[in-house]
Design a binder for this molecule. Structure first.
Ligand code: NAD
Length: 367
């Protein structure tokens, strides 16, 4: 919980106004003195099923920042699962602390006990600074954990499925923008060639796209440019590139006032979460500029699709890929809806996700 000094700075009513603003059902504060565990579990919506979403460990500057993060991320998970046709609600957990010194076995198991205490209302998985091995340890105390290693019957690394879904979303967007979903010869800049970016580049190279890549890591750039014949560009230079498609696969909020003044691409489709710095403002700026945007929470849903497959039992990667392929059709539906209703594609996607939650919610009501 917050210490006294911090509590004094926070005005009365802050917690409940923050929590109600985005429509959360429940927010759970977890504290354990012996292990130093401080975590917040955000349960945004459970109409479609248990709230599912990864646990992120981060050295947040303050507790307000951690709360804001968990609220925003868990809401995003509600939309991601809803739009992907999964019977899952939206949740997320954040653990506050230094991953290098605090993430011990007792610390993770204590967190697992908190997850278990929610009786399946929240299901956890990997996220930033939490790996499959950590899920195994958490799983010693709770059955409500996914993202286990393949040798334990889990789905393993979801990145290849995420990359495939992103690729499908990119092709659907290309179909809308260029009239064909072929990416041959298209100038595509992939920002971040980590787990997802690397697999995405592989798909794009097979289609003979003209590839540009950027990353912090010189070694990744070298390996990928050599393997796939991609041209390396500077981390800032990427925004000024003469390109058809910009694919953000590193950080969030790269679509903002500053970058929109520089981007000249025809479409944006990438795997990074929360690409729009301001969902409303930048979603509509893209619309005005004639840049077609593939909503990130739809086209990067391969990760949650993979987790859902594991959650159902008897994990089958082929089935996860098949579901990720549906992103193509959903993406086209969203882009058509956006066009017909003069909405930003982000708003159109949210509208469809909310409609599914409302419709299925009615079906589930007792008659
Ligand atoms: P990753 O950490 O493996 O890769 C990110 C890459 O971006 C790294 O190589 C890093 O060096 C690079 N990078 C960091 N800052 C950069 C910058 N300023 N410019 C260029 N490159 C930079 O992560 P990942 O698993 O590949 O995920 C990439 C993005 O996709 C993240 O935003 C993540 O939240 C999102 N995402 C991932 C999955 C998944 O299944 N892994 C699922 C959904 C969403």
């Amino acid at each position: 919980m917050m210490d006294v000094n911090e509590m004094e700075k926070v005005e009365d009513g802050f917690l409940f106004s923050e929590v109600s603003q985005l429509g959360h059902e429940q927010v759970v504060f977890c504290h354990d003195e012996p292990t130093g565990l401080k975590a917040i579990i955000g349960i945004h919506n459970t109409v479609l099923g248990p709230a599912c979403g990864g646990t992120r460990m981060w050295n947040y500057t303050n507790e307000k920042e951690a709360l804001t993060d968990v609220l925003r991320l868990s809401r995003g998970m509600t939309y991601k699962s809803a739009i992907s046709g999964l019977n899952l609600g939206g949740g997320k957990a954040v653990i506050i602390g230094d991953v290098n010194t605090m993430k011990t076995e007792p610390f993770l198991r204590r967190f697992g006990k908190f997850v278990e205490s929610l009786g399946g209302k929240y299901i956890t998985a990997e996220d930033v600074n939490m790996k499959t091995r950590d899920m195994e340890i958490i799983g010693m105390e709770t059955q409500y954990v996914t993202g286990l290693p393949e040798i334990r019957g889990g789905g393993g690394d979801p990145s290849p499925v995420t990359a495939y879904g992103t690729y499908m979303g990119m092709k659907a967007t290309a179909k809308k923008v260029f009239g064909s979903d072929s990416l041959e010869g298209k100038k595509i800049a992939v920002q971040g060639v980590g787990q997802v970016g690397m697999y995405l580049v592989e798909h794009l190279a097979k289609e003979n796209a003209q590839l540009y890549i950027t990353d912090i890591s010189e070694s990744k750039l070298k390996a990928i440019s050599e393997k796939f014949g991609a041209t390396v560009v500077g981390m800032d230079e990427v925004y000024d590139l003469d390109m058809d498609i910009y694919a953000p696969c590193a950080l969030g909020a790269t679509i903002n006032d500053e970058t929109l003044a520089r981007l000249t691409c025809k479409m944006i489709a990438g795997a990074a979460n929360n690409q729009l710095a301001d969902e409303k403002k930048h979603g509509y700026m893209l619309l005005d500029m004639g840049i077609t945007y593939a909503p990130d929470f739809l086209i990067n849903a391969g990760g949650i699709i993979n987790v859902y497959e594991e959650f159902l039992g008897n994990y089958n990667r082929e089935s996860a890929y098949r579901q990720a392929e549906n992103i193509y059709t959903t993406c086209l539906d969203i882009l058509n809806l956006a066009e017909n209703e003069s909405l930003s594609s982000q708003d159109a996607a949210i509208q469809l996700a909310e409609k599914r939650i409302t419709d299925i919610g009615k079906v589930r009501l007792p008659r």
